[in-house]
Design a protein around this ligand. Structure first.
Ligand code: IMP
Length: 428
């Protein structure tokens, strides 16, 4: 294979700034692939004086001559995809070629309704705080082998048969378990046919497109959504999403062989945030958390919910380094920390009086740990115009160097602001 594959993934609970990092490297790659998740993601790219939030489209869409693939591992809400794509078309910014894998699964209207019902059923004690985009129920149908795939939208008879079966089952859940009204077949079928007509020119063979690019010597970038701590296997289960956000998910979710991935970059915010329920050992409640939220604009790009904010957690980050095999860290939003007098960084947990340096995703463990902090002096200077390592205040350099020493992974990119050029490149 002449080409190469690299991946950009989230190391925390999502919202690390992956869209911005993907955008920063998209100009030097040929193909950008989303490989898991769905419209629960919200990847923000600030370019050409405008802010773009991509929920389903890969973050390379603004670059002419690129190919953007929605991989088989993604669950696609066709209505959302059409709106997002048409929004770009109206502005003349649909510059890349779009390919939607025929074997990606379709998020149907009943998945979204069931997502809400499931949360209601769970009640306060077990609620996950999902984005209600139908993600969990769609993946449930996928692994239960009754799901509907994008290619089915192009075949009216197959669609009719599959939808009849799937909707019958979903309506039983709605009526018998959740005591709600059933959804009507006709409405959904008509909508689905219309989606198929609109998206037909883009539905194709994702893995084949990627392989052809690799054979031609091109570079393929796998764009993760959510983050490692939301991964269904390696995250803080059950407070996770329903897919594999780790780099390994990039293989199954796109059809790329594991040994082809030569670079795995983990996007890490200089502090931590989380949306939705679940344990968060370094959460800063009160004033410090509020300051980070306001300065960092920490409100969900998909749901608008205020994000819970806290300090950098190196125990969790080292876990991410291991389960992803990170070759580099892209540190984002370092500028948000300017003005903090003291910067606590979690270097271990205290669990039942014992020092614990290894992360365990299990709820009973994480709910009962206390962070052990190493405190760094902060800096006052505005660093948002720094574009070299040397230009950063010494305190900021020490903060970044400590991350490198503790994780053993080089920091290859530092984000100092949301705009395209507000970054320090160190090898990415
Ligand atoms: P779901 O993916 O909508 O099922 O939500 C499951 C959990 O993942 C909830 O805690 C969500 O808030 C969280 N989540 C899902 N997508 C994102 C994201 O893109 N950023 C941050 N959190 C997310």
């Amino acid at each position: 294979m002449k080409g190469k594959v690299e991946a950009i993934i989230g190391t925390q609970w999502g919202d690390e700034g992956k869209g911005r990092v993907v955008d920063a490297v998209a100009s030097r790659v040929d193909v950008v692939v989303r490989y898991q998740g769905g419209a629960n993601a919200g990847h923000t790219v600030m370019a050409e004086g405008e802010t773009y939030i991509f929920h389903l489209l890969p973050s390379g869409m603004l670059y002419p001559g690129k190919t953007c693939v929605i991989g088989n591992g993604v669950v696609v809400d066709p209505q959302q995809l059409i709106e997002e794509f048409e929004g770009l078309q109206e502005k003349g910014k649909d510059r890349a070629r779009l390919v939607v894998s025929g074997n990606a699964h379709v998020v149907m209207p009943y998945h979204k309704v069931l997502d809400g019902m499931e949360e209601r059923f769970r009640g306060m004690g077990h609620r996950i705080g999902t984005t209600r985009r139908g993600i969990g129920p769609c993946y449930m149908d996928k692994v239960s082998r009754r799901g509907i795939r994008m290619e089915d939208l192009l075949e009216p008879d197959i669609l009719r048969e599959k939808l009849t079966f799937n909707l019958e089952y979903s309506n039983l859940l709605l009526t018998r378990i959740y005591e709600e009204s059933p959804l009507s077949f006709g409405d959904i079928y008509d909508k689905a046919l219309a989606w198929g007509k609109k998206l037909a020119p883009y539905i194709g063979d994702g893995p084949l497109v990627i392989h052809r690019a690799l054979e031609a010597g091109e570079t393929v970038l796998l764009e993760g959504a959510q983050g490692t701590l939301l991964d269904v296997d390696h995250g803080t289960y059950p407070f996770v999403t329903s897919s594999n956000a780790v780099g390994g998910g990039g293989c199954t979710g796109s059809g790329v062989g594991p040994v082809w991935i030569s670079r795995m970059t983990g996007v890490t915010k200089a502090y931590c945030t989380r949306v939705g329920a679940g344990p968060f050992p370094t959460e800063a409640k009160g004033e410090a958390g509020d300051r980070l939220r306001e300065r960092g604009g920490e409100y969900g790009a998909t749901t608008g919910r205020p994000r819970r904010c806290g300090w950098l957690d190196l125990v969790a980050l080292k876990h991410s380094v291991r389960v992803n095999g990170l070759t580099g860290i892209a540190l984002t939003k370092l500028d948000v920390l300017s003005g903090e007098k003291i910067l606590p960084v979690c270097v271990a947990y205290s669990h039942e009086g014992q020092r614990e340096e290894n992360f365990r995703g299990g709820y009973s463990f994480l709910e009962n740990v206390k962070p052990v902090y190493h405190e760094f002096p902060g800096w006052d200077a505005d660093i948002s115009l720094c574009n070299t390592w040397e230009a950063l205040p010494e305190e900021a350099r020490k903060y970044v160097s400590f991350i490198e020493e503790e994780t053993g992974v080089p920091v290859v990119f530092i984000g100092v602001g949301a705009k395209r050029d507000q970054m320090i490149r160190r090898g990415l």
